[in-house]
Design a protein around this ligand. Structure first.
Ligand SMILES: Cc1cc2nc3c(=O)[nH]c(=O)nc-3n(C[C@H](O)[C@H](O)[C@H](O)COP(=O)(O)O)c2cc1C
Length: 262
């Protein structure tokens, strides 16, 4: 625990500031056991609601699995070129199994405690378990940077639910919400700009008015489309390339299936 008055740990702040996603990995550079251990340990040290650890981490190293993930996650070949992938599975199956194992669903337990016979997890459990999983993933990201590895999240891991479920052998009450690819970066990675206009809202939600929307558009164009001639290039790009894309439709379809699996 940090004592009061301890000087700021600038190297941690610097590491967070310098991080950017890694999409090209140094060839023939395996991740060492020490690096793996540091990353997985950091993940396990992430805050967790009630310390229930409502997630599991699937540790993927086999080339054939990485190859399959590259296809299932919206055809991203860089996944097959990464030496390591971690899938953070939102996991309430482990608690259902524990409840059952210890006899919580048995009639005598129900009678003794006055609790209902069996309750299925709902969206409340999903919300906190999803937070657990993502927070653990982000701890892994920061630890990876600290041991010289780059990472990239792969949001498309929720796509193709039927095939993904089979590939990873996922039971009910599990959802593979979050995936990271990891490895030694092939090259320098300049930090990506992150827009911050109206990001932090003092005390209550502040919906953007026209002037704020203009400021957001201008900030994003300056960061991502410096040569655009018309304002709004970045917003139009997100609308056409992301918001109305087939992959987003597939994510929505698969997410419905995953929630049925919950
Ligand atoms: C939830 C999530 C999903 C993402 N999915 C992908 C992905 O499928 N492919 C990819 O190349 N990058 C993906 N990224 C990386 C983002 O594109 C990246 O974080 C963003 O452009 C900001 O850049 P930075 O990470 O370098 O700061 C994802 C990031 C997050 C947080």
């Amino acid at each position: 625990m940090t004592a009061p008055g301890t000087p700021w740990n600038q190297s941690v702040l610097q590491l967070i500031d310098d991080r950017s996603s890694t999409r090209a990995f140094a060839p023939n550079t395996p991740v060492t056991d020490e690096q793996r251990e540091a990353v997985l340990h950091a993940a396990s040290r992430a805050p967790s609601a009630g310390a229930m650890m409502m997630y599991s981490i699937i540790d993927i190293r086999r080339q054939e699995t990485l190859d399959r993930l590259a296809v299932l996650c919206d055809n991203q070949p860089m996944i097959a070129k990464a030496p390591w992938a971690l899938i953070f599975v939102v996991d309430y199956c482990k608690w259902i199994d524990l409840f059952k194992h210890i006899g919580c669903f048995e009639p005598e337990f129900v009678e003794r405690t006055g609790k209902q016979p069996r309750r299925e997890p709902g969206l409340g459990e999903f919300a906190i378990a999803a937070q657990d999983a993502v927070i653990a993933a982000q701890n892994a990201v920061i630890a990876a940077e600290a041991v010289g590895l780059g990472t990239c999240y792969i949001g498309d891991v929720i796509e193709n639910a039927e095939e993904m479920r089979e590939l990873l052998d996922l039971p009910e009450h599990t959802i593979p919400l979050c995936m990271l690819i990891l490895g030694e970066p092939a090259k320098e990675r300049p930090a990506t700009p992150h827009p911050t206009e109206n990001l932090v809202m003092p005390e209550r939600y502040r919906r953007a008015d026209a002037a704020t929307l203009d400021a957001q558009v201008a900030e994003m164009d300056a960061m991502f489309r410096p040569h655009a001639t018309e304002p709004g290039d970045r917003v139009r790009d997100i609308y056409t390339r992301k918001h109305t894309s087939p992959f987003m439709a597939e994510m929505a379809r698969s997410m419905e299936l995953w929630l049925q699996n919950w």
